[in-house]
Design a binder for this molecule. Structure first.
Ligand SMILES: NC(=O)c1ccc[n+]([C@@H]2O[C@H](COP(=O)([O-])OP(=O)(O)OC[C@H]3O[C@@H](n4cnc5c(N)ncnc54)[C@H](OP(=O)(O)O)[C@@H]3O)[C@@H](O)[C@H]2O)c1
Length: 315
């Protein structure tokens, strides 16, 4: 039985690691339908759920709705408890209450559900003021279409505004989903993580494996496939720079009976207060391995040595 944590000030409880579902249906970034497909992601779902994981993160933009459809099909098939988190995409064409509610209804219909457990605003909205947007989402809670509200990619100031606006409606802001990993420690220095702890908001950590880099399988000369190879963090010199971190993860994993670098990296994140990483997985092997990142503890010395070794990514 895995330990469980609450998501913010909500009744939603989950082991301190979730499942990212961007990979489920997305071809452009992840190659869904080429190197892996529906059977693989279904197996990933059952591998994760079978270990007791239950927080699944999707978004209306992932695979242009395909990820929500797959998540919905799977959630409706299982009798295991699942927390469905999806995201509203604040596109510039969505300028009013009606367009937000239409997007919510479309997500509900793709998911085949009457209610979304956690509805997140995918990125800060340039058009609708935060207070007005939170008011619209609070109405969706009152209407029973959404259980809890979260945000994503919000700065400290933006999440404080969202939190205050919802508090005015008697509702909690339960999460801010931002990029956080050993190779991207910005939330520690930009005020987001501290504000999460102060306000009782869960920091849902996306790209917790730095899009696969922390698995250690990518090296100079063998970069990740597809669009990732074009990213600054994934080029030859960046891959060179992370090798000492991978070596440390490997050494620490060896001291824990052969935990993989990815498992050690995820354990480091999951042990932080108010943080829930949501690694993406393409197949059952990855999902099962990621679930094995919790249920055991790094020592304080090991965690500190990882923090020290990744100071250059703390900016
Ligand atoms: N809110 C946002 O703006 C935002 C942005 C990005 C992501 N997200 C969410 O966060 C989730 C996770 O982030 P992410 O997908 O960007 O990156 P990630 O979780 O850091 O990396 C996922 C990738 O790493 C590789 N991988 C996963 N588990 C592995 C294992 N055990 N061993 C070896 N390789 C493994 C797989 O790719 P390969 O096998 O191809 O290497 C997988 O697709 C997404 O699914 C999505 O739900 C949200």
């Amino acid at each position: 039985m895995l330990n469980e944590v609450s998501i913010g000030n909500s009744t939603l409880r989950t082991p301190p690691i979730g499942i990212g579902a961007w990979q489920w249906g997305d071809t452009a970034m992840w190659g869904y339908g080429r190197a892996y497909g529906r059977a693989d992601v279904e197996a990933a779902f059952y591998a994760a759920i079978g270990t007791g994981l239950r927080l699944i993160d999707t978004a209306e933009v992932y695979g242009a709705g395909q990820s929500e459809r797959i998540v919905g099909d799977l959630v409706r098939q299982t009798d295991q408890p699942v927390i469905v988190a999806t995201k509203f995409a604040p596109l510039p064409t969505r300028i009013g209450r009606r367009t937000v509610l239409r997007a919510l209804n479309d997500s509900l219909s793709r998911l085949g559900l009457a209610q979304i457990d956690l509805y997140q605003v995918h990125w800060p909205f340039p058009i609708i003021p935060i207070e007005m947007l939170m008011d619209i989402l609070a109405d969706a809670v009152d209407a029973g279409k959404v259980r809890y509200i979260g945000v994503s990619n919000y700065s400290e100031a933006q999440m404080r505004r969202a939190h205050a606006a919802l508090a005015g409606r008697g509702l909690p802001l339960v999460s801010n989903q931002v990029e956080y990993s050993l190779l991207h420690r910005t939330p520690e220095v930009n005020g987001v993580w501290a504000a999460c702890q102060e306000l009782g908001v869960t920091l849902i950590a996306y790209s917790p494996l730095a899009k696969g880099l922390l698995s250690g399988k990518y090296k100079p000369g063998s970069p990740p496939p597809g669009l990732r190879a074009l990213m600054r963090k994934h080029n030859g010199s960046a891959l060179e720079r992370i090798q000492p971190v991978i070596q440390l993860l490997t050494d620490i994993g060896a001291a824990h009976g052969g935990k993989s670098p990815a498992q050690v990296a995820l354990n480091w994140l999951a042990r932080q207060p108010s943080v829930i990483p949501i690694p993406g997985a393409k197949n059952a092997a990855q999902a099962g391995a990621n679930a094995g990142a919790i249920g055991w503890d790094l020592t304080t010395d090991e965690a500190d040595s990882l923090s020290q070794a990744t100071l250059e990514w703390r900016q």
